[in-house]
Design a protein around this ligand. Structure first.
Ligand code: ACO
Length: 376
């Protein structure tokens, strides 16, 4: 009776109230609100409230959530020691995965899965991820670790801890928008991973650690770093056409294009494209933006008919680069935002749990003889 769907394509495996995607029309909504409207009007903190409570907050509720996040940004001193014990050439996604896993060691009751406890752990992890990323980046650069501040927003505080100085308003707002755009996206691979782990009634730390591992993959969140590597590899605007055509001829994938769900441009990419254009105009550094739009044109001409268009990772690479972030911090930025979606999904899963346990179609032999070691 069971059907086999490679990569689980088309399989509906959870109910959610958080985000809705129409891949044909290029629509993404969080709790019914179009992503474009949230990116223009909301903040990351408000988006977190929306996803976790499935409604917009009033002022007092938003202030309370912001305060709760800000009061939890400090890391346990022993976790700072762990971070300082890591090799300086370690990749930030591996550092983040290890540090989030280690956070459970400083929680006296890490295994609690009742909803209030899960919400509490979600808040802590969301608040501490930016501090972990900034602390490791400064430590590897031989700089003093900057303590979080409680008077700054989520976006401002991260950029402050990373750079040791407050960001400009434009930079903080741009970064905040990136956080909003990446917060949730249906049952993507890392979110599914978090829900699968949660369905065993394992703990929030294990679920988020596993999700970080999933996000790192180049077919998922790791694509934004690969996009930047590709842009760095192309020497000039004139070299874009032969470079892309050469890759397509070898049947290689162009990172930042294609999506399991979207068969048109990803609405997050549309927003980020406008944003990347604005930053290029503001900074006078047009090269990356021009190269990106050229790649987009070639891809539309060559593979647009197959439904392959830019995804969120394509223009987020240029955006993060313009904000001054190092390439290997791009995927950690994704995790820093998506943890809101992961945690929200874990809580949804706990609220109506059933163990995930799909079947595998066995395609090997039957009734095979056991051959003794000496005769193999
Ligand atoms: N470049 C060139 N061709 C592509 C690309 C691409 N980026 N993506 C898909 N294709 C082609 C495939 O070669 C295949 O062609 P064929 O039918 O002629 O063999 C066809 O499109 C379908 O590809 P599938 O792999 O079956 O599509 P799937 O839904 O499994 O893949 C995926 C989705 C993994 C995202 C894919 O598009 C890809 O590898 N993209 C590049 C990596 C990337 O940008 N990932 C980020 C996704 S967004 C996110 O996770 C945040």
């Amino acid at each position: 009776m069971s059907t086999f769907a490679k990569g689980l394509e088309g399989v509906v495996a959870a109910e959610t109230r958080m985000s809705f995607i129409d891949g044909e029309k290029g629509i993404l909504e969080y709790v019914g609100i179009p992503i474009d409207s949230l990116a223009r009007n909301s903040t990351f903190e408000e988006t977190v409230f929306l996803l976790w409570n499935t409604r917009l907050p009033n002022k007092a509720e938003l202030d309370a959530l912001s305060k709760q996040i800000r009061s939890r940004t400090k890391l346990p001193p022993k976790l700072i020691d762990i971070i300082k014990g890591m090799p300086t050439d370690a990749q930030p996604m591996h550092v983040l995965r290890t540090a989030v896993s280690a956070l459970s060691l400083f929680d006296p009751k890490p295994n609690l899965t009742d909803i209030p406890s899960a919400q509490e752990k979600a808040l802590n992890i969301l608040a501490q991820i930016p501090t972990i990323i900034a602390a490791f980046d400064r430590y590897r650069r031989g700089l003093e670790i900057v303590e979080p501040r409680t008077d700054l927003t989520f976006a401002q505080n991260f950029l402050y801890m990373l750079n040791g100085k407050e960001p400009t308003e434009a930079m903080a707002r741009g970064f905040d928008i990136c956080m909003i755009l990446h917060a949730d996206h249906g049952l993507n691979n890392s979110t599914f991973t978090a829900r699968v782990v949660t369905s065993t009634l394992s703990d929030m730390y294990s679920a988020i650690t596993a999700a970080i591992g999933s996000l790192r993959g180049p077919l998922h969140g790791g694509a934004n770093e690969e996009v930047m590597e590709m842009l760095n590899e192309i020497p000039s605007l004139e070299a874009v056409e032969p470079y892309i055509m050469g890759k397509l001829a070898k049947k290689e994938r162009i990172m930042g294009f294609g999506h399991r769900v979207y068969k048109t441009i990803d609405p997050r990419a549309t927003f980020l494209k406008t944003f990347a254009k604005q930053i290029a105009a503001d900074t006078g550094n047009q090269k990356l933006y021009e190269m990106s739009t050229k790649i987009e044109q070639i891809m539309a001409r060559e593979v647009g008919a197959k439904g392959i268009y830019p995804n969120v990772d394509f223009y987020s690479a240029t955006t993060y680069h313009s904000i001054g972030l190092k390439l290997d911090l791009f995927t950690p930025m994704f995790a820093m935002s998506r943890v809101s979606g992961w945690a929200g999904h874990c809580i949804e899963q706990l609220s109506d749990n059933r163990l995930y346990r799909p079947a595998a179609k066995y395609v090997g032999p039957h009734d095979a003889p056991y051959v003794e070691m000496g005769k193999r």
